[in-house]
Design a protein around this ligand. Structure first.
Ligand SMILES: Nc1ncnc2c1ncn2[C@@H]1O[C@H](COP(=O)(O)OP(=O)(O)OP(=O)(O)O)[C@@H](O)[C@H]1O
Ligand SMILES: [Mg+2]
Length: 510
């Protein structure tokens, strides 16, 4: 049978208990196209792709691959049918090398032993053919997220995928890495492969996809040719109301210094010098943004401020207290609220309920506990109020965090940290993986914290986010404050140049 459709999902319905995550969803992906799948956090995008990839079994509906009805009961079935999936949360093994990860479960052998040389060579060959360059022998734990993702893609290709599903692949990428990724994806479709791309970045969707399907509340709102769409039309389809994208209005004025860094130096996990002579202040009622390409010291900067990494030199003063050598708990007591970049590692306990996660770190404080007993009624009521305020899409405070969609997990962390009335707020990539409607809500919350006099340090690899929120913009490059720029008057090009180290024709990342 001849068809130009690579994948057809027909009438897919998937329920979790009484909740319907996908309702009668039909989606057809053509051969050689990049088909974008968009929708709010919790709209059902990942669920749908998990049904296609055999991670979940749909309650109703059919799947056709290359025009043939198929049964997909496991990822192995999906892989055998030429499907590959790069998940929203990466699944590589950190202690193994790049090559070991790529060939996991299908290692080339020689005389009954794994042929490491052949394995590395095969990775090098694949990397050459796809332009996704990696070092096969490097352990994954040493890689930046951008490179980790390359490894995920190579792993999918090594298994012979003809349709590649990417679930929010650019949420953790820099603009340059995203452009490189899109070039790679274009190469795939030029070779007749198909791509299903989930993304919250509508500008990217408009730039790179051929067609786009919008999901809302588990159902398809429509499929359109991308060329006929605009950002605001797409946003309106997704959210069901108009969304604003501009810089946030503000009243001027900052108060006393809340955070002071003086000549701070630090080393990374490999013992390399990661922060050099960092000095700046954040005052009450002010948002200072750290812009920069990921991997230029952002992680280490957030860690030294939060007491998760010892600075090797310099001084940090928070709320009048020297916290240079303080533990994470002491820094929190001194006045830190912290939304960490990696929500799955440091942000939440996935197995616990939303209520328990909201309580995290406050178990022994009033009014949440009395005579050593946790007052769950109060905690639940607080969680319920925060669910409403932060628009967390869930069935209630008792739901385990692992049942939430990615963006809604992020909102749980934000809700907990923003509701603590601390004088200093460190927000690291606060809207990574968050949909545009919810991003607007989070930005409004950050502005409310600012208006309440909180000193805010925003670390974000998304320059548009920095420009929308910052009173002052610092560019981090190679572990140094490369420049301070005015977020209102500086041009994107000027900032971009500083992000690459100040050379107009900077070639590549550090
Ligand atoms: N295993 C599960 N048990 C219960 N509910 C679930 C489960 N998996 C997903 N859900 C629910 O189904 C809905 C859709 O989730 P899904 O992860 O598909 O959303 P999404 O569109 O990928 O969102 P995001 O953009 O935030 O990643 C969410 O409300 C989520 O809470
Ligand atoms: Mg998802």
């Amino acid at each position: 049978m001849h068809t130009d459709l690579a994948v057809e999902l027909i009438g897919i319905t998937r329920r979790f208990g009484s909740f319907t995550a996908n309702l009668d969803v039909s989606l057809a992906v053509r051969r050689g196209e990049i088909h974008a799948l968009v929708g709010e956090n919790g709209a059902g995008k990942t669920t749908l792709m998990n049904c296609l990839f055999g991670m979940l079994v749909p309650d109703e509906g059919r799947i056709r691959i290359d025009g043939r009805d198929v049964q997909i009961a496991s990822p192995q079935d999906a892989i055998a049918l030429g499907l590959g999936m790069v998940h929203q949360h990466f699944k590589l093994v950190p202690s193994l090398t790049v090559a070991e990860n790529i060939f996991l479960g299908m290692e080339p052998t020689r005389g009954g032993l794994i042929d490491r040389k052949a394995q590395s060579e095969a990775v090098r060959d694949l990397a050459r053919r796809t332009g996704l360059s990696v070092d096969p022998d490097r352990p994954v734990r040493e890689l930046s997220v951008g490179i980790e993702q390359r490894v995920e893609i190579l792993k999918v290709l090594a298994r012979g995928a003809r349709t590649v599903i990417l679930d929010e692949p650019t949420a953790v990428l820099t603009p340059q890495e995203s452009r490189d990724l899109f070039r790679t994806l274009r190469g795939f479709t030029a070779a007749g492969m198909s791509v299903i791309l989930i993304s919250h970045h509508l500008d990217e969707v408009l730039e790179v996809s051929d067609r786009v399907t919008v999901l809302r509340d588990g159902a398809v709102i429509g499929t359109a040719r991308t060329a006929e769409m605009t950002e605001s039309a797409l946003a309106q389809m997704m959210v069901g109301r108009p969304v604003s994208f501009g810089r946030k209005e503000r009243t001027p004025g900052a108060g006393a210094t809340v955070l002071h860094l003086g000549n701070v130096d630090a080393h990374d996990d490999r013992g390399l010098h990661a922060l050099h002579d960092i000095s700046f202040e954040v005052r009450a009622g002010e948002i200072v943004a750290i812009a920069g390409v990921d991997g230029n010291g952002q992680t280490e900067l957030a860690e030294v401020i939060a007491g998760l990494r010892r600075p090797s030199g310099g001084r940090i003063v928070l709320n009048g207290q020297d916290t240079s050598q303080a533990s994470a708990q002491e820094v929190r007591q001194a006045g830190l609220a912290h939304v960490p970049a990696d929500r799955l590692v440091r942000g939440v306990d996935l197995r616990e309920s939303i209520s328990a996660n909201i309580l995290m770190g406050r178990q022994h404080q009033r009014p949440w506990s009395r005579h050593g007993l946790i007052r769950w009624g109060r905690v639940r009521a607080e969680a319920q109020a925060l669910i409403r305020r932060f628009d967390i899409r869930t069935r209630g405070p008792d739901a385990p965090v692992k049942s939430l969609s990615g963006g809604n997990m992020q909102k749980v962390v934000l809700a907990r940290e923003f509701s603590q009335s601390k004088p200093f707020l460190l927000v690291d990539q606060p809207t990574r993986g968050v949909d545009i409607g919810a991003t607007e809500g989070i930005h409004d919350e950050i502005m409310r914290q600012r208006a309440a006099g909180v000193a805010i340090l925003l670390i974000s690899v998304q320059l548009d986010e920095c420009l929308r929120l910052a009173d002052r913009l610092l560019v981090l490059f190679n572990g140094r404050i490369q420049a301070e720029m005015d977020p209102v008057t500086a041009s994107l090009d000027e900032i971009g140049v500083q992000m690459m180290g100040g050379r107009a024709a900077a070639g590549g990342t550090p």
